[in-house]
Design a protein around this ligand. Structure first.
Ligand code: UT7
Length: 331
């Protein structure tokens, strides 16, 4: 039997506290105008004291489960993408597993920074396709506010906290793999495409870690170079995803990009020949929430009725590592 991963539900959660650009400009040498023009960001959500990545993940997971009409015990695989886990170990995923009432199966964290959700989607899809799990919860959750150097205007204005989650279920394909007349019209995850290049490790990293120096550390980034590489590599991986499925940019109903910079998002939309109305943008309100940005955008666009069953959704992301990837899903 051949399986495909169908999307059953989606949910997102943002901490209550909103920090505007003007608020940051009170303590930093920056302006609302600079941040908006160079990034598209107006505000970001920041977790409250004591509010952890697991807390955000649980809220998003509960909403995704509710949207899917399922309970925690219906899930047998939980993959949590995060670069800001609660503890060095155990995996934050196991905490979330217990809190949502998922009593069996396997739960683990996955670390690919801003590409984490695409990586987690690829891993869950592989488990479901190969019959190793029946229903998966794929979560991206971050509290980047905890690893920012709040005196570095080049990085701290860019990020926010949040979580998003997706429920997937393995369902038999209409035809056997490769036999279906039009496999790209069948619902479910069509394909995922992952890449990494460790030679660019030093362009975006955190200067702390349990083995390195025992500290959590702060995020450091060569923004200009990351920007250049993002435009180049995201364009390549998006082309790869479309070609693998015999599709063109204009076949896409919704581009759901990682929300790192509005200028990168616009460049990708133009490249695919998509009108701005087909690109899901949350960066103005969420800023860059790393692994949470794509599932948060999915949650928003499904809740407000933009993404509908049968729509073709293209997701892409690039982050520290460097890591990058894309996923095509027939909703
Ligand atoms: O999610 C992971 C992937 N991350 C990304 O994709 C981020 C990619 N990079 C970017 O989004 C952009 O490079 C940034 C938004 C980080 C920076 O924009 P930029 O247009 O590349 O600016 P820049 O770094 O070249 O800086 C231009 C000027 C500099 O001043 P000087 O040296 O020209 O005097 C910076 O010091 O802007 C200055 N600057 C700021 N000014 C006001 C940098 N940050 C700020 C700030 N407010 N917050």
């Amino acid at each position: 039997m051949n399986f495909r991963s169908h999307v059953l539900g989606c949910g997102g959660y943002l901490p209550e506290r909103i920090v505007t650009n003007d608020e940051l400009a009170k303590t930093l040498d920056t302006t609302d105008a600079w941040i908006r023009q160079r990034t598209g960001i107006r505000q970001r959500h920041v977790a409250a004291d004591g509010e952890l990545t697991s807390d955000l993940a649980v809220r998003a997971a509960e909403r995704a489960l509710a949207a899917a009409g399922l309970n925690g015990w219906d899930i047998d695989l939980l993959v949590l993408a995060t670069a800001t886990p609660d503890n060095t170990f155990p995996a934050t995923a196991t905490k979330v597993q217990a809190r949502i009432g998922m009593t069996g199966g396997a739960a683990f964290d996955l670390q690919a920074v801003c590409s984490g959700f695409i990586y987690a989607l690829a891993v869950a899809d592989s488990f479901l396709r190969t019959g190793q799990a029946k229903r998966a919860l794929v979560i991206g959750a971050e509290t980047f506010s905890r690893i920012l150097d709040w005196s570095d205007r080049g990085t701290c204005v860019l990020f926010g906290d949040g979580a998003g989650a997706l429920v997937l279920e393995a369902r038999p394909t209409n035809g056997h793999a490769g036999n279906s007349a039009r496999p790209n019209m069948e619902r479910g995850v069509l394909s995922t495409h992952l890449h990494s290049d460790g030679s660019n490790y030093g362009l975006l990293y955190v200067d702390g870690g349990p083995s390195l120096n025992g500290r959590a550390g702060h995020l450091r980034m060569e923004g200009k170079e990351i920007f250049r590489l993002a435009v180049e590599r995201l364009a390549a991986v998006v082309d790869e995803a479309l070609a693998a499925n015999g599709l063109n940019g204009t076949d896409i109903d919704w581009l759901v990009p990682h929300q790192a910079n509005k200028r990168i998002i616009d460049a990708m939309g133009r490249r695919l020949g998509l009108p701005a109305a087909k690109v899901v943008v949350t960066i103005d309100r969420h800023a860059n929430t790393s692994a949470a940005s794509v599932p948060l955008a999915l949650a928003e666009a499904t809740a407000d009725g933009r993404i509908k069953p049968g729509h073709l959704v293209l997701m892409e992301a690039m982050g520290g590592g460097l890591t990058w990837g894309a996923g095509l899903v027939r909703w």
